[in-house]
Design a protein around this ligand. Structure first.
Ligand code: DGL
Length: 267
């Protein structure tokens, strides 16, 4: 039994979809979350910059003595896992591999699509992870950079968002994909609009698959906690106000205590 916390980081608020899924799957575990709100978005940034930020975020969480590190950001997961694994001995879990495994498990046609930020899609990480499964015959990868601002604006089922989704998903519908991986922390909030547009295409929520991967690591490595109720603590690198305003939408409950900290070169 291990009562240390699970460390989770993201570029901002989106990783709270992963915290929500971890809280649901593992209610006895406590989570310490860091959102790098001063330096977001990561989606359009170069791999070198995202790797540097990720290492600094990981350093902050490792300083809190976490037992597992969850990279709850698709853009960061797509480029920084090898570098983070070099840097620490605690298990490092990203969101890409669990999402790809779930997609491979559900596709029937073998035509799988994935949407994500520019950084995630251009890294090729999802394409590589999906093609590792022989059932996956073809991957249609579509960058969808306008979706993060629309979700942060709260336009989840808005006319404009539906138009943008219609445009972005045209290639995957044309190619006959039967599965769509939501390759960005923000996209689970668009499930309703996407279902309206894509009918019975299966939507893979990498937040849920990642929580399942965390559960299996804790179990396999004897790291589970025997707390009655886990607790969440939140840290951000910019003033907490905007984070708190939109956190509820992502986490499903209010975030009352958020601490601002400095990470990286600002020290
Ligand atoms: N968290 C990022 C991701 O999942 C989206 C937001 C950003 O671009 O920083 O890719």
């Amino acid at each position: 039994m291990d009562d240390r916390r699970i460390g989770v980081f993201d570029s901002g608020v989106g990783g709270l979809t992963v915290v929500k899924a971890i809280n649901k799957a593992l209610p006895e575990e406590s989570v310490v979350y860091f959102g790098d709100t001063a330096r977001l978005p990561y989606g359009p940034k170069s791999p070198e910059t995202v790797i540097r930020f990720s290492r600094e975020n990981a350093e902050f969480l490792l300083g809190k003595n976490v037992k597992v590190l969850v990279v709850a950001c698709n853009t960061a997961s797509s480029v920084s896992l090898p570098s983070l694994r070099e840097f620490t001995d605690v298990p490092v879990i990203g969101v890409i591999e669990p999402g790809a495994a779930s997609a491979a498990a559900v596709t029937k046609s073998g035509i799988v699509s994935v949407i994500g930020t520019l950084g995630t899609i251009s890294s090729g990480a999802y394409q590589k992870a999906l093609k590792a499964y022989s059932v996956v015959k073809c991957v249609i990868a579509q960058p969808t950079p306008l979706l993060v601002p629309l979700v942060e604006e709260g336009w989840l089922d808005h006319r404009i968002t539906r138009m943008v989704l219609d445009e972005y998903t045209a290639p995957l519908r044309e190619e006959g994909a039967d599965t769509l991986v939501l390759g960005c922390t923000h996209y689970p909030l668009l499930k309703k609009s996407l279902t309206g547009l894509l009918g019975d295409m299966i939507l893979v929520d990498s937040a849920e698959s990642t929580a399942a991967a965390v559960a299996s690591i804790l179990d396999g490595e004897n790291l589970s906690s025997n707390n009655q109720h886990g607790e969440n603590s939140f840290y951000v690198s910019d003033i907490p106000l905007k984070f708190q305003e939109i956190a509820q939408r992502f986490l499903g409950s209010a975030v009352t205590m958020v601490t601002q900290v400095e990470v990286g070169e600002q020290h």
